[in-house]
Design a protein around this ligand. Structure first.
Ligand code: FES
Length: 195
C-alpha cells in the first residue's frame, strides 16, 4: 500500500532522469516557501542544432515533485528549442495531467516548482547565449536569432498587440518562451507611446 496514487508512485519508485547530466549549459531552480522543497533542472542544449540532448533534475521534494520533474525531463529531451511553441505553462500542466492524472489542490505547488525551474533553466540558457553573442544588433530571441530592431519593426508595421502575433510574424517568442516578457514590454512601450 503506497502513500501516493499509483501513477505517481510508479514514477517516484523508478526515476529515470534524476541527477545532473555531464556539462549542463542551462540551470534553473524553483522552490516552495510552503513546504520548503526545491527542484533544480539541468539541461544540455546543442548550440548548433538547438536540440535539448539531456535533461536532469535534483530535488528534496516529495513523490509528486519527482513524478512531475520526471515527466517534464522526458517530454523535452530530443526536442528543439525552436519547436517548444513558447513553452506555455498550461501546456506543461496538461502534459503532467495526461500522464499522471490531476494533482489535488494542495499538491499543485509540487508541479509549479518544476515549471518554474524549467522556465528558469531556459532563461539561463538565453542569458548565456546573449553573453556570447557578438553581433551588432541587440538580440532578443536567441531561439530564432531575432533582433530587437526586427521585433520593433514587426510591432509597428503590423500594429501588433500580443506576443503571439509577434511570434507569427517573425517567430520571436515561439521557442523556449524566455524572451516573451521582453517582447511584451516592447509591445507595452510601443502602445503607451502611441496612444
Ligand atoms: S529566446 Fe527562446 S523563444 Fe525567444
Amino acid at each position: 500500500m503506497s502513500f501516493y496514487p499509483q501513477k505517481i508512485n510508479e514514477r517516484f519508485q523508478n526515476p529515470r532522469n534524476g541527477g545532473k547530466p555531464e556539462n549542463p549549459n542551462a540551470v534553473g531552480a524553483g522552490a516552495s516557501f510552503v513546504c520548503g522543497s526545491f527542484v533544480r533542472f539541468y539541461l544540455r542544449i546543442n548550440p548548433e542544432t538547438k536540440e535539448i540532448s539531456e535533461a536532469g533534475y535534483k530535488t528534496n521534494g516529495c513523490g509528486f515533485a519527482i513524478a512531475a520533474a520526471e515527466i517534464l525531463a522526458e517530454s523535452i529531451v530530443g526536442e528543439k528549442l525552436t519547436g517548444l511553441h513558447g513553452l506555455d505553462t498550461e501546456a506543461l500542466r496538461a502534459e503532467i495531467e495526461r500522464k499522471l492524472g490531476q494533482f489535488a489542490n494542495e499538491r499543485t505547488q509540487c508541479a509549479e516548482i518544476c515549471f518554474d525551474a524549467l522556465h528558469r533553466a531556459f532563461s539561463d540558457y538565453r542569458a548565456r547565449q546573449i553573453e556570447e553573442f557578438a553581433g551588432e544588433k541587440a538580440l532578443i530571441c536567441t531561439c530564432f536569432s531575432v533582433s530587437e530592431e526586427t521585433i520593433e519593426t514587426a510591432i509597428d508595421r503590423n500594429q501588433i498587440e500580443t506576443v503571439e502575433e509577434v511570434a507569427k510574424v517573425c517567430r520571436a517568442g515561439g521557442g523556449c518562451g524566455s524572451c516573451r516578457f521582453l517582447i511584451q514590454e516592447m509591445i507595452d512601450i510601443y502602445r503607451s507611446e502611441r496612444f
